[in-house]
Design a protein around this ligand. Structure first.
Ligand SMILES: Nc1ncnc2c1ncn2[C@@H]1O[C@H](COP(=O)(O)OP(=O)(O)OP(=O)(O)O)[C@@H](O)[C@H]1O
Ligand SMILES: [Mg+2]
Length: 249
C-alpha cells in the first residue's frame, strides 16, 4: 500500500514550469530517497507533496495520518529553549502541559539529546545539537511520515553519519515512512529502501532503483559498491551531478 502517491503533478512559479509529469509513490514503512541536481525541483516537490504548495495540476494521495518536516536549516526559535522548540507543534495542537512535557522527553530521548541540553537556547547549542532538536521537534508530533529536505548537508561527515543512523533506527523502530531528499547518493544508499531520480529540469521522475537489504543492515563496503556501480554503470544516475555549484565549490 502507498502512503503517499503523486500522479501527473505539475508546478510552476510565476508561470515558469518547475515540475511536470511527476509520478512518485512511497509505500508503508518505506523510505524513498529523491536525488537530482541542484535546482531541479526537489524541495518544490516535497512542498507540493506535503500540501504546503498547491500544485498547478495533478493529484496527490496521502494515506498517512500526520507528517513532519526536517530541513537543512534547523529553523529553531532563538528565544525558546531546546525543550520549548521541541514542544512547538504540541503547543499549536493545544496538548496539555503535562502531556507536552512527556512528549518532549520522549522525542528528546529518541534524538539522543541529554536532559541537560533541553534548557539551553539555540545559540548555546552546536550545529549538530540544533539539528537533533529539529529532529526531536519533528518526532514530538508522532508523525507516521517524515519529509527530509537535505537535513544533514551542512554537517561534517562523522556527525552526518550519526544523524543518518539515528534516522535509520528511528524510522525502522516506529515503522515510519518518508521522503528523503539528498544530493548525496552515498547518504541515499545508506538511508533509503529505494532511490528515485528527478530530471534535471523537473520534467518527471526518470526512474528508481531498489537498494539491497534493509537500511541499517548494509555494510559500508556494500554502500560504496552500490554507489560506485550506480555512478559508473547506471544511466539513470548519469546526470545527478549536473549543474551542481556545490560540487565545484
Ligand atoms: N518561491 C519560489 N519562487 C520562484 N521560483 C522558485 C521558488 N522556489 C524555487 N524556485 C525555483 O524553482 C526551481 C526549483 O527549485 P527547488 O528549490 O525546488 O530545487 P531543488 O532541487 O530543491 O534545489 P537544491 O538542490 O539547490 O535545494 C529553481 O529554478 C528555483 O530557482
Ligand atoms: Mg532544495
Amino acid at each position: 500500500m502507498n502512503v503517499l502517491a503523486l500522479h501527473s503533478v505539475e508546478h510552476a512559479y510565476l508561470g515558469r514550469s518547475v515540475l511536470k509529469g511527476i509520478e512518485l509513490s512511497v509505500g508503508t514503512s518505506e523510505i524513498v530517497a529523491l536525488v537530482g541536481p541542484s535546482g531541479c525541483g526537489k524541495s518544490t516537490l516535497a512542498q507540493v507533496a506535503a500540501g504546503l504548495l498547491e500544485p498547478k495540476s495533478g493529484r496527490i494521495e496521502r494515506q498517512y495520518r500526520r507528517h513532519a518536516m526536517i530541513f537543512q536549516d534547523p529553523s529553531l526559535l532563538p528565544w525558546a529553549t531546546a525543550a520549548g522548540n521541541i514542544a512547538f507543534g504540541l503547543r499549536l495542537a493545544r496538548l496539555p502541559r503535562r502531556q507536552r512535557a512527556a512528549r518532549v522527553a520522549e522525542a528528546a530521548a529518541l534524538a539522543e539529546l541529554e536532559p541537560g541540553d533541553l534548557g539551553k537556547y539555540p545559540v548555546e547549542l552546536s550545529g549538530g545539537m540544533r539539528q537533533r532538536v529539529a529532529i526531536a521537534r519533528a518526532l514530538a508530533v508522532r508523525p507516521d511520515f517524515i519529509y527530509f529536505d537535505e537535513p544533514f548537508t551542512a554537517l561534517d561527515v562523522a556527525l552526518r553519519r550519526r544523524m543518518q543512523d539515528l534516522v535509520i533506527a528511528t524510522c525502522a523502530d516506529a515503522g515510519l515512512a518518508g521522503l528523503f531528499i539528498t544530493h548525496d547518493l552515498h547518504e541515499a544508499a545508506r538511508i533509503a529502501h529505494r532511490v528515485a531520480v528527478l530530471d534535471t529540469y523537473g520534467a518527471g521522475v526518470l526512474g528508481d532503483r531498489p537498494l539491497p537489504g534493509r537500511p541499517g543492515s548494509r555494510s559500508e563496503a556494500q554502500v560504496q559498491d552500490w554507489v560506485g556501480a550506480a555512478l559508473s554503470r547506471d544511466p539513470l544516475f548519469r546526470h545527478i551531478h549536473d549543474v551542481d555549484e556545490r560540487q565545484i565549490a
